[in-house]
Design a protein around this ligand. Sequence first.
Ligand code: KG4
Ligand code: ZN
Length: 344
Amino acid sequence: MPVMLILGIESSCDETGIALYSTDPDGGLLAHALHSQIVMHQAYGGVVPELASRDHIRRVVPLVRKVLAESGRSLSEVDAIAYTQGPGLAGALLVGAAFAEGLATALGVPTVPVHHLEGHLLSPLLSDTPPRFPFIALLVSGGHSQLMRVAGVGAYQLLGETLDDAAGEAFDKTAKLLGLPYPGGAALADLAATGRPGLVKLPRPMLNSGNLDFSFSGLKTAVLIKVREIGTPDEQQRADIARGFQDAIVEVLVKKSMRAVMDSGLAQLVVAGGVGANQELRRQLDAQAAKARIAVFYPKLEFCTDNGAMIALAGGLRFAAGMSVKPAGAFAVRPRWPLADALA
Ligand code: KG4
Ligand code: ZN
């Protein structure tokens, strides 16, 4: 197959991400650019969908220009445009989808609608030392917590998932309870670093459930009860609670991930999604995996949270495999879209 140049567009939530990916083995990711709306949404304590959509409109063209300039390529060289079709915020998705379909129509090239989680799942392939199929993936983002068996592009088997809150959601809600700004995951991790281990004991939900499912909403409630017991926790008490929370969630994620890998008979674990940026999770996973002779792969930190590179990559791999490619023009977004419905 000739070398293809794919423009990737991510706009499912509060980050506009654009990237250019070449299917040439020596090419790969040529350039990428990102605008995060976090500061804009912080004043409201969470993402405001309408503001998100309007900001994507403002950012998408300048970011495409930036990526083209950085890579030294021109629009006329683009062979296909990949974009996040879902899941995500309907209005935000519509901006990326409408822009992608419009530009592709003007250029006379096809489009590749991509599932956002597939982007996260494949993002470790952008690393210098990527995993090889098949591998087990722990996908922990703001909206999802899942364990999957990944046999190839479009070949994903769900092994377990959260029954309620996602891990990132639990981090964000707990951070809010402790008075930290949105999105609280990274801030809570920073606070936990000064917390004392073992002082605040919290439950390990479903640790011994005998399956690979998770449940995190009870953990957040346990934190709420702790905070109420104390009344107005001081800085050290808040840090101790953060530490207790992080230790609980990390222990569950690590144990279930290790179990998933052991059960599968495979020797590679991939961690993807925003919570994969958590240093304590990485430290403990690395320690356990080393003991069990399992290799753990993480996306580069910048590709853990939402970005255009993973969408350009997933689009490029799908395009090369002749999957999901369609003529530019008519489109629909899929705000709710189970990954199982987006297989090969
Ligand atoms: O994958 P992502 O960027 O967006 C979704 O697709 O949802 O994940 C965002 C989530 C947020 O919940 C955020 O708080 C969490 O990832 N997160 C972290 C850390 N950095 C981001 N959670 C724990 N520790 C971190 N260092
Ligand atoms: Zn995401």
